[in-house]
Ligand binder design. Sequence first.
Ligand code: ACM
Length: 527
Amino acid sequence: MRRVLRALGVLLILTAAVSCTEPSGADDAKSGELLRHAEPPPYERILPAPAAVRPGGAGYRLVPGTVIRTGTGSEEVRQIGERLAEQLRGPSGLPLPVVDGGAGDGILLRLDESAAELAEEGYRLESTAAAVTLTARTPAGLFYAGQTLRQLVPASGAGEVPGGTVADRPRFAYRGAMIDIARHYFTVPQVKRYLDQLAQYKINKLHVHLTDDQGWRLAVDSWPRLAEYGGVGGVGGGPGGHWTKDDYRELVEYAAERYVEVVPEIDMPGHTNAALASYPELNCDGKAPDRYTGIKVGFSSLCVSKEVTYEFVEDVLRELAALTPGRYLHIGGDEAHATPAADYAAFMKRAQEAVAGQGKTVVAWHQLAAAEPAPGAVLQWWGHDKTPAAERDRVAAAAKAGHRLILSPADRAYLDMKYDKDTALGLAWAGHVPVRRSYAWDPGTHLAGVPESAVLGVEAPLWTETIATRADLELMAFPRVLGIAELGWSPAAKLDWAAYSQRLASHGPRLTAQDIGYFRAPDVPWP
Ligand code: ACM
């Protein structure tokens, strides 16, 4: 399908300017006209936009004696305080010791389990002359309060947290990003860096695409050649590599400390050339193909009629589940063009049973709607504005039958789509995706027949056919991933391109201070 789409892409690019519809927050009169940067007041700069802000009153001055107070009794709150102190020390240049006890001035972290209005991940932040008080019902909420505070502290030097109150909670439970470490291999330290960048914008899921035609990137003890042989190489024939189980555990732990859940993906039954190359018995003809370094899709399939295929699936998912404290296992299911439809349905049924057998919840790309999604299975929509009606209708029917959706529309949320015709990296089969287009849509109304209640959340995937380095990754992800973070968190009433683009522009210096090599997109009024 991608090949056809790639050809269509050229056409799309030509028509994108007129066919782009922006259901929410669109201000057509201004489209095409570049706003000048007008630095918003501090509480309007918070990204993602909070549910409610009330600026006013005297603010809290950060001084050399400022302490962070984490109350008594909770080691987890203490850890959140320590991490916040580390994050604030750099910009503020202050020592910011973390102390037990709740009374006194400073930055106060408070868990209040009775604050029902703050929900699972919400928080309140109050800045007065005496203190900045962060209150949440859960540790995750306190972590997010701290991330908001970071954005209220001047980008450099000590200074004042302006007076005011934030009362905030997310719109969606699933706010994700995906990194494909199969096409080009990325190390755990590289992925940790990306995760840190994302968590500060309240993204709480990191989907890792661990396997594809070009590489198998996670060690599996019962099938060791998957990583040892299938992990060598990648697109263009580079060295490749794979994560050991300890590498993976380290990432999961690092993510959990930042309230991010890792969602691992083993893509099946297509996108499996690396596995087929590693084990001849997984092929219907018993012959292993060569390893693959190109970027075509849709040519590989596990052998659906062989029982050994299901031993493989169960072994891999059992080992993966044992490493993964999160609730989801993603089993791919996209672009299985080399698997006949009946075989696809039979295979996905057994793969879903294997996930259920591990006590996990299935996530799959939305092609699963053409088979039989198991009860509770979550579908990830990656269609775009030219996806045929029949495919959309199947997804809407699945939503009606109770399946929740993660929305990753390729012409909005795919971070590997080129920004414009001059973007050196990336692909264009879903058209060009300038920053405005990636932001100006509403997940609650995006898909006909899919009500907001069926939307679990949003995710910005970064496929890496053309992305090989940290610099490549940052240039394509930033700033677009921040718009997806806002769509996942902020209430629909706050989604507005004019306000967002000013808010985003004010983050340029913050991204630079973190050495994030973002794209200075021409549709954003950077200072
Ligand atoms: C996909 O882009 N094949 C999910």
